[in-house]
Design a protein around this ligand. Structure first.
Ligand SMILES: [Zn+2]
Ligand SMILES: [Zn+2]
Length: 258
């Protein structure tokens, strides 16, 4: 499986910078997990391939450019953009984003080839397919309905925590899986902002350290994501101080393979 965290910030020469403001992971060039930077960072070729987007929750940093992405592709889509999300998240996207006020209700619209956007409701705690991947979604502990994901292509398996504070169900599902190659885990705030992390339901390096003790798999790559750009340097120092084997901060733009 090949996974890239799409960059959302670029320097004057168009190169990705390390800060991560928006969340969008691209899997095997065709499935996106969240869509924060989807319209900003995909190449023209990638735009022709991504037709499945799994939305973990409707926060802006995870969906910011999704409406623009569908708008850009509107006349050329020969199949609908499939938005895979729990019924709760679909209801929030319809109420708050694709509501004719913020942006058009694309799920009601057709181009010359047919519908341009389709919601695919996903279950929790049950395996379902998205393109060539099998996926399990599990509710995590965030301020809105949010799911973490376990994703497998039959050879390798990876887990995405999405945005969360301390949780048990996610670790149960991850631990039940025979093997894990990589874990993408959020580390939003530095330890100094533990209180803010708690009210907004995010991790700090210290709370993440405690949480990782619930994981029974060993030896997988652990990639920290969702570091708030303003506090990035200090979060990185605090993560390094934990001395957790194979823990590193995921680099936007880089392709990781398992
Ligand atoms: Zn969030
Ligand atoms: Zn977020």
């Amino acid at each position: 499986m090949r996974i890239q965290l799409l960059p959302s910030t670029f320097d004057g020469q168009g190169h990705a910078t390390p800060e991560q403001r928006l969340t969008c992971f691209l899997i095997d060039e065709c499935v996106a997990v969240d869509a924060g930077s989807i319209a900003i960072a995909l190449t023209a070729e990638q735009r022709t391939k991504v037709r499945d987007v799994i939305v973990t929750h409707p926060h802006m940093d995870h969906i910011a450019s999704l409406p623009i992405f569908i708008d850009d592709l509107y006349p050329t889509l020969k199949e609908p953009m499939r938005i895979h999300a729990t019924p709760e998240v679909i209801a929030l996207l319809e109420r708050d984003v694709f509501n004719w006020n913020v942006y058009p209700r694309f799920s009601d619209l057709k181009n010359d080839y047919g519908p341009v956007m389709e919601y695919v409701p996903i279950p929790t705690n049950k395996t379902f397919s998205v393109a060539h991947l099998s996926v399990k979604a599990v509710p995590v502990n965030h301020i809105v309905p949010t799911v973490g994901l376990l994703v497998s292509d039959g050879k390798s398996s990876v887990a995405f925590s999405s945005d969360t504070a301390e949780t048990d169900e996610f670790w149960d599902i991850v631990n039940e899986n025979k093997h894990l190659d990589a874990l993408f885990i959020e580390a939003s705030f530095p330890d100094e902002l533990a209180q803010l992390a708690e009210v907004s339901r995010h991790f700090t390096p210290s709370s993440l350290d405690k949480e990782l003790k619930k994981l029974t798999h060993n030896g997988m790559d652990i990639l920290a994501v969702h570091l708030k750009p303003t506090h990035r340097e200090i979060i990185i120092k605090q993560l390094e101080a934990l001395k957790i084997p194979k823990l590193s901060v995921m680099n936007p733009g880089e392709v990781y393979s398992w």
